[in-house]
Design a protein around this ligand. Structure first.
Ligand code: MG
Ligand code: MG
Length: 251
């Protein structure tokens, strides 16, 4: 069942979304060579709690941290650790949600640690741009396949692949609501979009194959060929006036 939100509920999601977006600004500051992914997670958790919110991911299906932090060939669901040290040249995906007054945000960005290769910079940029290519179609009367088609086309035209095994989703009172929002699709196909829907659009773009596998810890998803992957996600409200990015607090 798709849970439509009224304008008051969307306003409340904006508050949860702002804290979520700000937590990523905190993460960006904490991402320096020599820091551990545990350090980054701690900074995020403290910020969210200081705002009077709760880290949505902490305890979700047993996840042990406030944020998913995934390095280089890790796609999503990396577990923060005191033993994972960030090194110059790494790219780091941070995925986070803040639960505040009954609603959650969900947002992810890919950060460079110090100076990274031009190829890594390009992957990060194209992944971000593929989100914007897709969100332009998050409009009432269109369909889920319109969003996915444009995310996929943009990424593939730039020589990359989109992950198919994981996808975006409805978001609101729950972190994962209906419908699923794949990063591929066919224009005019799939669930119809309505004003009041709130969805997480989240391209996961790989430099090589689209195939992924899960590590033996049961969480961390990595590219099957070991090549780099990038992630970019916002919580988006579909309104009569077009899409609103609820987790966008600036880059
Ligand atoms: Mg997320
Ligand atoms: Mg998500």
């Amino acid at each position: 069942m798709i849970k439509l939100k009224n304008p008051e509920q969307i306003q409340r999601m904006k508050d949860a979304g702002r804290i979520t977006g700000e937590a990523l600004l905190v993460a960006r500051e904490a991402i320096v060579p020599g820091a551990t992914t545990h350090d980054v997670d701690t900074a995020i958790r403290r910020y969210i709690e200081k705002c009077g919110a709760r880290p949505t991911f902490l305890g979700y299906c047993g996840f042990p941290a406030a944020a998913c932090i995934s390095i280089n060939e890790e796609v999503i669901h990396g577990i923060p650790s005191r033993r994972r040290v960030l090194r110059e040249g790494d790219i780091v995906k941070v995925d986070v949600g803040a639960f505040y007054r009954g609603y959650t945000g969900d947002s992810a960005k890919t950060f460079a640690v110090g100076k990274v290769s031009e190829e890594a910079q390009r992957l990060i940029r194209v992944t971000r741009e593929s989100f914007y290519a897709g969100v332009a179609y998050a409009r009432g009367g269109l369909r889920i396949g319109d969003i996915g088609y444009h995310v996929q086309s943009y990424a593939e035209q730039n020589g990359y692949s989109v992950v198919r095994a994981y996808e975006g989703h409805g978001v609101g009172e729950e972190l994962h609501e209906e419908p699923g929002v794949p990063n591929f699709g066919t224009p005019g196909r799939g669930v119809r979009l309505y004003a009041g829907m709130t969805i997480a659009i989240e391209p996961m773009v790989n430099a090589g194959t689209s195939e992924v596998r899960v590590l033996s810890n049961g969480w961390t998803v990595v590219t099957a060929d070991g090549k780099l992957s990038a992630h970019y996600e916002h919580t988006v409200a579909i309104t009569e006036d077009g899409p609103i990015l609820l987790t966008d607090v600036g880059e």
